[in-house]
Write a protein that binds this ligand. Structure first.
Ligand code: ITT
Length: 208
């Protein structure tokens, strides 16, 4: 059984739609280390969650990076959604000339066993970065646990809120004329940051 580590039911819906019933939600609030990149946050979380669960885990860290705001809110997306709210983020972006944005998702897999180093440099770099930022006392062994990272990105632009589906920033993120909240889960998975990361993971996992 694969544990999808998140407190967000929207993420679980999308992961289950993609990966099937072999996925179950694990509501575990891992420590989110401070980093401008999602990779080290997800990698560190996957090690902590694996240590907690003792079973294979997938940690999913996502963020909205707005071009006109120099990548803000990025790794602070969750905090900004809760405190500022998506409507005010949209207003902030509307005042800028550039409304383009990217949604990024990094999925980190850890099952406590080794696997070949990935050719994707994000894994090697982030393993070093995650180990370096890993301050936990009993982390000695866990810091060395191999973590495999899968990244997905979708580009779009920030618009006034539309649509009743999805979650989070979906109503203000438009891709090819539709906001993510105007898409079904299947449609969103086909183009989204998470869908792309899940596709990379599924391909790798099937061969493992
Ligand atoms: P977990 O950390 O427990 O997984 P979270 O919702 O805090 O839940 P993130 O930190 O990865 O997860 O999410 C950062 C923010 O981006 C948060 O406000 C989410 O609602 C939002 N978000 C993540 N994926 C999204 C998506 O596919 N569409 C719209 N918003 C999304």
């Amino acid at each position: 059984m694969l544990n999808y580590v998140t407190t967000n039911p929207g993420k679980v819906r999308e992961a289950t739609e993609y990966l099937g019933d072999g996925v179950t939600q694990l509501e575990f609030d891992y420590t989110e280390v401070q980093s401008p990149d999602l990779g080290p946050i997800a990698a560190r979380g996957a090690r902590e969650a694996y240590r907690h669960a003792g079973e294979p885990v997938l940690v999913d860290d996502a963020g909205l990076f707005v071009d006109g705001l120099d990548g803000f809110p990025g790794p602070y997306s969750s905090y900004v959604e809760e405190t500022v709210g998506i409507e005010r983020v949209q207003t902030l972006v509307a005042a800028e000339d550039d409304h383009r944005a990217a949604f990024r998702c990094v999925i980190a897999y850890c099952d406590g066993e080794g696997f070949d180093a990935t050719p994707d440099p994000i894994d090697r770099d982030d393993r070093i970065a995650a180990a370096a930022t890993d301050p936990g006392e009993d982390d000695g062994e866990a810091a060395g646990l191999p973590v495999k990272l899968f990244e997905g990105v979708v580009r779009g632009r920030i618009v006034e809120p539309r649509g009743g589906g999805g979650f989070g920033y979906d109503p203000i993120f438009e891709h090819n004329g539709k906001t993510l909240a105007e898409m079904s889960t299947e449609e969103k998975n086909a183009i989204s940051h998470r869908g792309r990361a899940l596709a990379k993971f599924a391909e790798w996992f099937a061969e493992r």
